[in-house]
Design a binder for this molecule. Structure first.
Ligand SMILES: [Zn+2]
Length: 260
């Protein structure tokens, strides 16, 4: 079984944000314990003997809430340590997914959420299908969403999941409807939050600092990154890491270690 932990970034209704992002990390069932333990160790390293601190990437990066009292170097180190923990989890059982939806007059709000969810579910399903066809490794998938500000609406939406999934042709390998859990209770949803925030920063702000470390972990096969999709508002040529394909590396990652 693979568990796909998902979180969102950007506001699907706020016209000031151009992007809505849904992203996260799929983990083979036996790896969930170890990544949870490694993220717990980050808290113990930086805040020993402290009550549990939920790692919320945007709060850490911009120094909000409890992070206001934490010096910027330490905040940057916590984010680096979170990325490292994700990347050190064995690659075969740790795969990243993200959909960056560029909002338009027609694609915003609920439609943007549905489109991002469709993209990520389809891509997760394709990974499971590929594992079965190429490696004879038959695994089911389960999706766990972070309970967020859209929780009530999302739960209604999930009731419809099987019908939608059948329309997408994409839920063959999923074990059940998605589940919801509070982010502060799950270190793995906090890992998903980091992936989501890093992807949002890349697309909304063209800031690759958090993203470039994570890029090699996105689902890829045959020279294409299948785990990352840019749903574009226009037909204009795009050289982001998702659209550039085998022509890469993307100039959007400029200066990051992937180009060094
Ligand atoms: Zn693009």
């Amino acid at each position: 079984m693979y568990l796909l932990y998902l979180d969102e970034s950007g506001n699907e209704n706020d016209p000031n944000d151009r992007y809505f992002v849904l992203a996260g990390v799929a983990l083979f069932e036996r790896q969930t314990f170890f990544l949870t333990r490694d993220i717990e160790a980050i808290q113990e390293k930086h805040f020993p003997n402290h009550q549990p601190i939920p790692f919320h990437a945007s709060e850490i990066r911009s120094g909000r809430k409890m992070w206001r009292q934490v010096e910027p170097e330490k905040r940057a180190q916590v984010l680096d340590d979170l990325s490292s923990a994700i990347m050190l989890s064995p690659a075969r059982g740790r795969i990243l997914f993200a959909a960056a939806v560029e909002k338009t007059r027609d694609l915003y709000g609920e439609n943007a959420v549905a489109r991002a969810t469709e993209e990520v579910c389809k891509r997760f399903d394709l990974l499971l299908q590929r594992r079965f066809q190429r490696d004879d490794d038959r695994q089911r998938g389960l999706i766990i969403f972070s309970q967020g500000r859209f929780d009530a609406r999302a739960k209604i939406w999930v009731k419809d999941f099987h019908r939608r999934g059948t329309q997408w042709g994409a839920i063959n390998n999923l074990a059940d409807i998605p589940y919801f859990a509070p982010m502060h209770e799950s270190r793995l949803l906090q890992a998903a939050d980091l992936v989501s925030h890093a992807t949002w920063l890349l697309y909304e702000r063209r800031d690759p600092r958090l993203f470039h470390t994570l890029l090699p972990a996105f689902d890829a096969a045959d020279g294409n990154i299948h785990g990352l999709v840019h749903v574009r508002a226009t037909e204009a040529v795009c050289d982001c890491p998702a659209c550039i394909g085998p022509r890469g590396p993307s100039p959007w990652l400029g200066g990051g270690p992937t180009e060094s």
